[in-house]
Design a protein around this ligand. Structure first.
Ligand code: HEC
Length: 430
């Protein structure tokens, strides 16, 4: 287990207006965010495979590495702990003070979309696209139950009043008895995949969002619809509540953040936060006056609710993989589309899912300093050159170096491979 260097976050370096702070340091889009109950720390999970723990007072960040694919969900998990999960089907439980892994929980057979912690802080629930929810003992890391019954992937999970509630791609919201792990009832049949849910157990309501844009509040016991907040925006991707749950914020695939008063279910603010791309991560800070949002950018953005200035901020900088293909050579096009999200070409210190390709030609496999390789690549007897890179994408990484964490991907056209290799040769020499 490697704890990467403590880097300094850039506080509001280019903030467009007061209060619009950023958490900067990831090398890929931020998929999930969480703020600690006392408001002093935040967690971010990214496409760059890492988890960031941010000190909101000093701006310092500690990186937690260990995931072998994009991180989709992060959560504070009882005193001194956090948990994260995503596309590598595994859950990492972290000891925050030690900066190290406590447990790696395996058993899911597809990506994990959400995690929840029981109110007493002892149990973790994981919602996966394998159609199950795993229950885990946080202290020992042992698995205690699988909740099975959904007909498709599970997107979200929450604890409330001795029960567990789940939202699924199969369009239903279900409840389960926490102590026995048995299904109780189908609380809602939405018809389209339900992406997220949020519960206020004390007030007895549940709000959910769906892929068709459906955003509804239902009675936690009867399932009766209490309010319909649906706008013509799809999909709904995340819902967060302020600490006293008097307000919720809803993020969607078109980049809006809609803020709703939960006493009246009136929309009190509604703004476009992203010029391009979705808002798939939202969390309120401890004051309830600011939301932390994540989208296509490598940075997470703090948003003062109701701020009049600022405009769309997320997705305004040009990303390499979105560059106009007509302006590029075929080799560059191959790289931008197929590689640039995970690899940089220079020694720029940018965190990406894969190692920098700077100085690639003549470099021994698994030797870029400071990068946490899989064992199989670290020990591979390969030196990167025209021939070995060609074989890597002719056969596909999984066949050329079985067990690598680089995703399966073949480039079948010899011409495309040759153009890509020529581009890499010209652009990785530094
Ligand atoms: C989704 C992320 C992702 C994409 C896309 C991706 N890679 Fe990788 N790549 C990785 C990861 C992760 C590793 C480290 C593998 C390991 O340790 O098992 C890696 C390793 C490598 C290595 C070995 C580097 C070394 O230091 O040994 C090369 C070469 C490479 N990638 C080239 C490419 C090229 C060229 C493309 C585009 C055609 C590409 N990769 C696309 C994630 C990616």
């Amino acid at each position: 287990m490697r704890l990467a260097a403590i880097a300094l976050a850039l506080w509001a370096a280019e903030a467009p207006a007061e209060g619009f702070r950023v958490l900067e340091g990831h090398g890929g889009p931020v998929h999930d965010v969480a703020v600690s109950a006392d408001g002093t720390r935040a967690l971010t999970g990214s496409f760059d495979n890492s988890v960031g723990l941010w000190d909101l007072e000093t701006g310092g960040v500690t990186w937690f590495d260990g995931h072998e694919a994009a991180v989709k969900t992060v959560i504070f998990a009882g005193p001194g702990r956090a948990a994260s999960a995503g596309d590598d089907f595994a859950i990492e439980v972290w000891d925050l003070a030690a900066g190290a892994r406590l447990h790696r929980l395996t058993g899911h057979k597809a990506q994990i979309k959400d995690l929840a912690v029981s109110p007493d802080g002892t149990e973790l629930a994981s919602a996966s696209w394998d159609g199950t929810v795993g229950l885990w003992d946080l202290a020992t890391g042992s698995q205690t139950a699988w909740l099975t019954g959904h007909e498709s992937g599970v997107n979200d999970v929450a604890y409330a009043g001795g029960r567990i509630f789940t939202a699924s791609v199969d369009g239903t919201i279900r409840s389960w008895d926490r102590s026995t792990g048995t299904p109780e009832r189908i609380l809602a049949r939405h018809g389209f995949g339900v992406t997220c849910l949020l519960i206020n157990a004390a007030e007895g309501w549940l709000v959910y969002g769906a892929t068709d844009g459906g955003t509804r509040v239902i009675d936690l016991v009867t399932g009766e619809i209490l309010a319909d907040l649906t706008l013509d925006r799809r999909p709904v991707l995340d819902i967060a509540a302020n600490p006293d749950m008097t307000q919720i914020a809803v993020g969607d695939g078109e980049g809006h953040i809609m803020v709703v008063d939960t006493a009246t279910w009136d929309i009190v603010h509604d703004f476009r936060a992203a010029k391009r791309g979705p808002i798939w991560a939202l969390a309120y800070d401890a004051t309830g006056e600011t939301v932390l949002a994540g989208g296509i950018d490598d940075t997470a953005h703090f948003w003062p609710i109701g701020a009049k200035q600022g405009g769309p901020i997320i997705g305004t900088t040009e990303r390499g993989f979105l560059k106009d293909p007509a302006t590029m050579s075929n080799g560059e096009r191959q790289f931008r589309r197929k590689c640039s999200i995970c690899h940089s070409l220079a020694d720029d210190g940018i965190r990406r899912a894969g190692p920098s390709l700077a100085g690639l030609f003549g470099r021994k496999a698994g030797s870029y300093p400071g990068y946490l390789y899989s064992d199989t690549v670290a020990q591979a007897d390969i030196v990167w050159d025209e021939t070995t890179i060609d074989r890597l994408f002719d056969l596909g990484p999984d066949h050329y170096i079985p067990g690598t964490k680089m995703p399966m991907q073949r480039i079948t056209s010899p011409e495309d491979r040759a153009d890509l290799i020529a581009f890499l040769k010209d652009n990785t020499e530094g």
